[in-house]
Design a protein around this ligand. Sequence first.
Ligand code: PLP
Length: 446
Amino acid sequence: MGLRDLPAVHRLIGLLAEVFPDVPAQWLLEAARASLEQARQTLRAGNAQPSIAQIVAHAEHLLRQRQQLPLRPVINATGVIVHTNLGRAPLSAAAQQAIISASAGYSNLEYDLAQGERGSRNSLLEPQLQRLTGAEAALVVNNAAAAMLLCLSCFAQGREVIVSRGHAVEIGGGFRIPDILRQSGCTLVDVGTTNRSYLHDYTAAITNQTAVLLHVHASNFQVLGFTHEPSVAELAQAAHAQQKLLICDLGSGALLDTQAFGLAAEPTVQQLINDQADLVVFSGDKLLGGPQAGLIVGKRSLIDQLRKHPLLRALRVDKLTIAALSATLMAYETQRASHEIPIWRMLGCSLAELEQRALPMLAEYPAAQLVATHATIGGGSLPGSSLPSRGLALDGAAEALSAHLRANDPPIVGRIHAQRLILDLRTVLPEQDAVIVAALAALNSA
Ligand SMILES: *Cc1c(COP(=O)(O)O)cnc(C)c1O
């Protein structure tokens, strides 16, 4: 067969239309043309002419790709629980349901049902956050970076912010404390050293230009050895003695005690409020286990000023986020968080259970071994703290196996360790096990 033996475009379109009756004609035309062009290139390169079945199959593949939404569900077998590249915290069933209910129709987003008049989206989450954290008031914005920008712009624009040199850090994804300060129009006054800062370093730096003492939780790195930093309670006392504010960027913001899950201690939001921090900022989608959001809790008079700040309009939280966040907070209020919120379930899952779940996978793919692994929290939470876990180590070329599983639908993302592909089961939701079993079965028979 030569070039002129390739099927005509209209014939190819006819075949495709039988399989894809609902896609626009333009898509069929473009897929047919692209597949024929690829066949021509194959021929020109001196290779064998693709069969009609192959040309049709390639066009079908192109159409299936085009039907896929760009943001796809992925199975996280990396063992990193709050994986920023994989969308951080998976939502609880209740949070998913809340998104569906709030999105299918209208809602009281900015409507006071009791009074029959305009309400505020900024009031919806406040009562729950007050009860859970003990704070006088609360406000939620788009993410924690936005929350920091808002707090610093509101309370320190044109003035000085005192930060320990050990806290002038980069969180990742372009979030650097010095940059956020600059963007908020504040002057950074750094005190102490990278490893040691004392209370008197802060107090000596306070001037009449000072607006805020900023405490940043070391959420994604550890300073080990010869270290010191004053406690939040000490900083709060020092700030208040001179009528300054203490703002804490807590990062991941746990409401539960991480030590109960065998992890290192992480200060809770409640603790920092109890220690008299004026404002505490944390993320919705890290250890809280909810949607992307930036939560600000603290003093009533300060939150009231934030609510009036013009920047708030640009950073405002979306109704789907409010829906998911309130359902997530409800799980904490009803003390069901540890078994309803996926990240806490993952953290609490026993090794025996993980081993049990590995069995059907090993049965489908004998060239794999059950191995002891270490899952980490990730997402700027609990650096250096890991959790014993279990995974499958697959025999064979790790890169090729990894690419193969990433091409699965839904994609399965593992991690490569010591030249082996590892599928860590701690971050796989139990309801996704069957997908892995099927993918391994297909891999085994390939
Ligand atoms: C993760 C983190 C942030 C940024 O939070 P986002 O919600 O991703 O904007 C800020 N500060 C600290 C300490 C963090 O760990």
